[in-house]
Design a protein. Structure first.
Length: 149
């Protein structure tokens, strides 16, 4: 069989391109005497036909960039892709805020129980759930009786 046909068979077996197939130059007669696919598999097993290693892309620059991003760099407006909701879901943002506010409410209850009792713990809890407060400062101001705009 022709060497080119054997190369095609070997490429199919090794699941790669024709350029990746290597024949042992000293065993060319043995390679040309091959007839079936099983014979080609046997030559591959013997190491007469091999798959060359490819030159992979270097990930050095990618790792360097990833390290910077882990530190919190590269997050400015020009680097952003996708809408605000795509970067962080509305629901996830709301959950984060509510959990922070509930934690702050429990702190307020321990530190200043009279001020919380005056308004009512359950009422404050429900106001948090109803998205009444923008953040912790607004909750604290509300509990202390200050007006926050």
């Amino acid at each position: 069989m022709k060497a080119e046909k054997i190369k095609i068979l070997a490429a199919r077996i090794l699941n790669c391109g024709l350029k990746k197939i290597w024949f042992d130059p000293q065993e060319l007669e043995k390679i040309k005497s091959v007839i079936t696919k099983e014979d080609v598999k046997a030559l591959i097993k013997d190491g007469i036909i091999k798959k060359k290693n490819g030159n992979a892309h270097s990930r050095g620059r990618a790792r360097f960039l990833q390290a910077k991003k882990l530190k919190g760099r590269k997050r400015s407006f020009g680097s952003r892709r996708g809408a605000k909701g795509a970067r962080l879901e509305k629901r996830a943002r709301w959950i984060g805020r509510v959990r922070a506010l509930r934690e702050e409410l429990s702190k307020c209850k321990k530190e200043n129980p009279k001020a919380v009792e005056k308004i009512g713990y359950r009422k404050l809890y429900k106001l948090i759930q109803g998205n009444f407060f923008k953040g912790r400062r607004y909750l604290n101001a509300f509990v202390k009786g200050e007006e926050k705009k």
